[in-house]
Design a protein around this ligand. Sequence first.
Ligand SMILES: [Zn+2]
Length: 218
Amino acid sequence: MPLSVPVTITLPPIDHSYTVHTDRQRWSADQLIVETDGRAALENAVRENVRKSSTCVFAGLTEADISVTEHPDGSIAMVGRVLCDEADCHTAARRHHLDAAEAIEAKAAADWAAEKHLGLAPGGLRAEKRRSGWTFQERTLFARMSIGIILTAVGAAMSTYDYQRPDNLSGGSLSAVFGQQADKTCNLLAFPTIVAGALFVLFAVISHVTTTRTSKEG
Ligand SMILES: [Zn+2]
């Protein structure tokens, strides 16, 4: 029976939410003999069920990991599993109430997911699959570029800020002193801020290109 198991792996600083799309089938010796190649037929049936186990596009496109158990009575059990990090799948899977048999399957799936997760290099799952939506690297690029652009804009704003001391103010006015200080500070900080912003954007692009290349090679 195909099943989608929600798994949360707590590995500080963040929780990783996955869904294991899985199917387990056990064919008796008699069932295996019916097919020319019973083993291959069983494996195909399991893969097919994992593919169709949910509306998940990723599960539909990914070859499932297969584990095989041969029993003394000649029967063979196979489990197919796909590790998916789609948020929609996780939410949907959490809504399903597991019965006793499914709970055992879910426990096995969680153990497998933890092992698979640890075996992946950071961002490894992203590298394994390529689908629509932003990758972690693209989000990082966007975040860094936003910071750079904001810094540049703040710097530009500071460079244009000019405090005009009102003529009717007396010499010791606190707001005038504050205004002049702010003006001085702005003049002092404007240029470095713009440079920092520009460097941030440059760094974001360089680091994006480097990490993207590294993950493609790796
Ligand atoms: Zn999925």
